[in-house]
Design a binder for this molecule. Sequence first.
Ligand SMILES: Nc1ncnc2c1ncn2[C@@H]1O[C@H](COP(=O)(O)OP(=O)(O)OP(=O)(O)O)[C@@H](O)[C@H]1O
Ligand SMILES: [Mg+2]
Length: 240
Amino acid sequence: MLKINKLSCGYGSLTVVHELDLNVSEGSIHALVGANGAGKSTTLMTIAGHVQVKSGSIMIGSEQLDQVPTKERVRRGVALVPEGRRLFSDLTVRDNLEVGGYSLPKENISRNLERVLTMFPRLGERIKQESGLLSGGEQQMLAIGRALMAEPKLLLLDELSLGLMPRMVEDCYIALQQLQSEGMTILLVEQNTQQALSAADDVTVLESGTVAWQGTAEKARQDSSIIEAYIGLRREPKTD
Ligand SMILES: Nc1ncnc2c1ncn2[C@@H]1O[C@H](COP(=O)(O)OP(=O)(O)OP(=O)(O)O)[C@@H](O)[C@H]1O
Ligand SMILES: [Mg+2]
């Protein structure tokens, strides 16, 4: 489904991600974890078309994506739920959702809206409310809902559970499982490694923009030293 081959990307002259190889098979959840600054958000934003590819390739199925404009990537089925959610805070819940489906015909928008509100009934209860007044958990649901409005095949989720109460985290993960059961492919970035591992099929650990470990989530769950070794190492204060 998503095939990233030797991808290097970054900002201006700064290369943040170096020769990244990453495959996400159709209908799977792939967790991308790593310490602050490892390049997780940069990777997602590059797939979505917001950050410059320096070399390597990004394929969705048989289509090469790295030279395709951002808007066209949305049409081809790539949707990003960005870190910090980036909602239009003075627009209502409904307007935010409709923005997500802007490129689709009207009948698709109303069908997708219904689907999102079935998945997240709380959004239905607050449909006329300005999104800036929603709780953190509701805002995250809205950000996911907005991405779903575009009918994605590949959902890129950045920091799904950051700042949310456990109950909200649970609700978001239930939604993810439902999406996966409907055939969605998901690339998930999480600070909450345990949570990510419990939902994911596969995992990539990024360290300073390169792959430190890659394998099945089952293997990582069975041997927690794998993840602790990489993430733990990078959280130790520097001595020099
Ligand atoms: N717009 C930007 N311009 C220049 N450098 C940037 C920009 N955004 C991020 N960086 C740098 O790229 C590196 C990777 O950042 P990125 O946000 O991808 O990390 P991350 O793994 O998502 O971290 P976090 O867990 O804190 O969200 C960092 O060193 C960061 O300072
Ligand atoms: Mg990030």
